[in-house]
Design a protein around this ligand. Structure first.
Ligand code: EPZ
Length: 420
């Protein structure tokens, strides 16, 4: 099992290329099921989760083929020949649930393994199912699988989400695109990845209005056609490397990064003493003076992203003050705290909040992570820690960060992957 070793203390300096957004590419790939024609996707990140989604779509009958030789352009298309999403794939990647809407919209049936929980929370899909039921689907639980059926086409409906759900918004947006009649999604998620999916669907012939707002209106159409679409840059990768540059007191150019997708992350990082400025082709991030404690609460977009919480906590661990970090999205997303404390951080968790008291320096240690963002927060901490940090279970990282050690090493970090 691979590990990553870091010897901390080197300010990052140089350029990092920000890749396509994992959480945009996954739903957009699922959208390929909504037509038999070819969907050509560019700027697709080379990640384990993308490969898993490719395998899932292929076992549903789609052809998923690389185009060119950069590994970032995919051609997807074909007819659905199998309507079952198997447990051994779904258990590895919860985003597999995103095939539910497309399967029901195209074939009238779906048998999808219940995704089950993960380390950050129970991760139910009840909002997905309730919305699809409002559109005429019926479901029953059978042997750990969700069996869904709809007679004829899904019907447009007005769906009001009781709270914001990225995945439920995506599943229902795809289902509504081919439903009979109008669908309104109220209290919809507004993450940039939703906008990217909606723009791709409209390029395929869908009729979606209200894109980037919390109220999406969809006029269902009988069929969708092929299209070409470029995946947006990954705002969480952007924020992660901004924290890496800041914690080392360095200066980094994040190529292809978009300031307009960072939401509250901009304000919070600037409040902490990080300079973020737009430059031609990306963002310049640096930290010249001390890091200040800044309180943060995770919220749906455009609030501070839950996927940035662990990385920001690592940054606050070496601030000259204190920070209150409150996690409102997931019920168990503080697993990185105990590992950061093993590196000398002073973090106390009280329910959904953690108080982080800055220390002058962290100390390297062997650490282990339990999810993608907790893993990368330990990398961020290791970049500034005195001595050597070895992060275990880096398969979590490979799910969401392409060429992480290469990107950091190119900016001067003393980092390498240890195999075995
Ligand atoms: C997406 O997960 C992202 N994953 C997550 O990123 C991200 O943390 C999350 O949105 C929040 O922004 C992908 O896009 C592939 P939700 P999703 O539905 O759609 C509860 C990463 O690190 N909920 O917005 O699963 C849920 O349990 C990953 O890249 C229900 O109760 O998140 C959570 O507490 C981690 N019932 C909250 O809502 C439902 O039917 C928000 O979940 C659906 C969700």
């Amino acid at each position: 099992m691979d590990r990553i070793r870091i010897r901390g203390g080197r300010p990052l300096s140089g350029e990092i290329g920000i890749g396509g957004a994992k959480n945009a590419a996954l739903p957009v790939m699922a959208a390929a099921m909504l037509t038999d024609e070819r969907l050509l996707l560019s700027n697709v990140p080379r990640l384990a989760d993308i490969q898993t989604m490719g395998l899932l779509l292929a076992q549903h009958g789609l052809a998923v083929e690389p185009v060119g030789n950069d590994g970032r352009t995919l051609s997807l298309g074909g007819t659905i020949t199998n309507t079952e999403a198997p447990y051994d794939i779904v258990r590895k990647m919860r985003a597999s649930a995103l095939v539910l809407g497309p399967l029901l919209a195209r074939t009238g049936e779906a048998r999808v393994s219940m995704p089950g929980g993960c380390s950050i929370g129970a991760r139910p899909i009840d909002l997905h199912l309730k919305g699809l039921e409002q559109m005429g689907a019926t479901f029953r639980l059978d042997g750990g699988y969700i069996d869904g059926r709809v007679t004829g086409r899904l019907r447009g409906a007005t769906i009001v989400f009781p709270f914001v759900s990225v995945g439920a918004t995506e599943n229902l947006l795809m289902a509504a695109s081919l439903a009979d009649g109008r669908t309104v999604l109220a209290n919809a998620a507004r993450e940039p990845e939703i906008g990217d999916l909606a723009r791709c669907l409209n390029a395929m012939g869908a009729r979606i209005e209200g894109i980037d707002s919390d109220r999406l209106t969809v006029e269902g159409v009988a069929c969708l056609h092929g299209a070409s679409h470029a995946i947006i840059a990954d705002r969480i990768e952007t924020g992660t490397y901004a924290c890496a540059a800041a914690i080392t007191g360095g200066e980094v150019m994040l190529n292809n990064a978009r300031l307009d997708h960072l939401g509250a992350t901009i304000r919070i990082l600037r409040e902490a003493g990080v300079e973020i400025d737009e430059r031609p082709g990306g963002l310049r991030v640096r930290r010249l003076n001390g890091l200040h404690g800044a309180d943060v609460m995770t919220e749906p977009y455009p609030g501070f992203p839950t996927d940035m919480q662990a990385q920001f906590m690592a940054l606050m661990a070496v601030s000259d003050g204190a920070a209150m970090v409150t996690e409102t999205i997931f019920e168990n997303r503080f697993m990185h705290v105990s590992e950061l404390n093993r590196m000398g951080a002073r973090i106390n968790v009280h329910g959904a909040s953690a108080i982080v008291r800055g220390v002058s320096a962290l100390s390297g240690a062997p650490v282990m992570a339990t999810d993608l963002r907790a893993s990368v927060s330990l990398i961020v901490a290791g970049l500034a820690a005195r001595g050597e940090t070895v992060v275990n279970r880096v398969y979590h990282l490979d799910r969401g960060y392409e060429a992480l050690e290469q990107k950091l090493a190119a900016c001067g970090a003393d980092i390498e992957r240890l195999s075995g």
